[in-house]
Write a protein that binds this ligand. Sequence first.
Ligand code: SF4
Length: 339
Amino acid sequence: MPSKAARPSDAGLIDRFGRRATDLRVSLIDKCNLRCTYCMPAEGLPWLSRSELLSGPELIRLITIAVRDMGIAEVRFTGGEPLLRQDLPEILAATAKLNPAPEMSLTTNGITLAKQAADLVAAGLTRINVSLDTLRQDRFAELTRRDRLADVLSGLKAAKDAGLSPVKVNTVLLRGINDDEPADLLEFCLENGYQLRFIEQMPLDPQHGWDRTQMITETEILDRLRTRFQLAPHPEDRGSAPAQRWLVDGGPGTVGVISSVTEPFCASCDRTRLTADGTVRNCLFAQTETDLRGPLRSGATDAEIAELWRGNMWQKAAGHGINDRDFAQPERPMSAIGG
Ligand code: SF4
């Protein structure tokens, strides 16, 4: 049950269910250079203008407040497509210099990763997630409306060669489109030393067209993998990590499934999100958000900004509510929230 008491004076980001956010997801930009069918329409979306976007110094200030004053220990950079941000190396380098230094990671579609991997490492990045839903060129072009599979594959290799570790692959399966590829994708990742994570498709598309029957569930994913591999529960405790993991053929290879819909993990959620236009969201599916850009640009102190952020977190709901009868999809689409 949520605490009815007033928010206790705690420097951290806590909510009424006793959870504490230590993992900050930062959406650096809403723009993307792919048009994945389950994420956005072919024509794209009305992008944020340059003045609506947080500037590099504004982003660095907010990340600093989160790490220095509110106990954030992990920072993941997302988008849209974060590699489209010109000042990404500066933002990474400034975050890496923070004390205590947070663990940094980034989620990308990999399209321009082959060219940028070395710069990301030089700026302090150590690990990366690359979205890849198919190994077939025709399907890639159908799913993303761009014929760029080769670029993603060379991006993955460049990330590994540049020393990023782990290099994870995030895959979304859609019924009747790529749901016959789980075992092929796992084989590909095991052969190349990438860690594969399947993600159940979530209702976060701008068209609000999500159809539960089109989603491939965790159970179905595991059944498809077991046609070629032996899977055993991973011995390590999952903690607050979104992915449930399995050892493949006795290990050391692993595979993970992020089953937000069929096996929600909200009870141990430790995430808070900052959007590219400067609002904080206490959940991917939050119906409300708190603007920090306005106060930031009108002279608020770091302490005032932190208080607004804490107030937002205190209102966090118990969970996403996707399986509730009265579930309502948030207005803001995934591409403007970030993974
Ligand atoms: S749906 Fe919301 S509460 Fe649940 S794990 Fe994701 S961000 Fe956390």
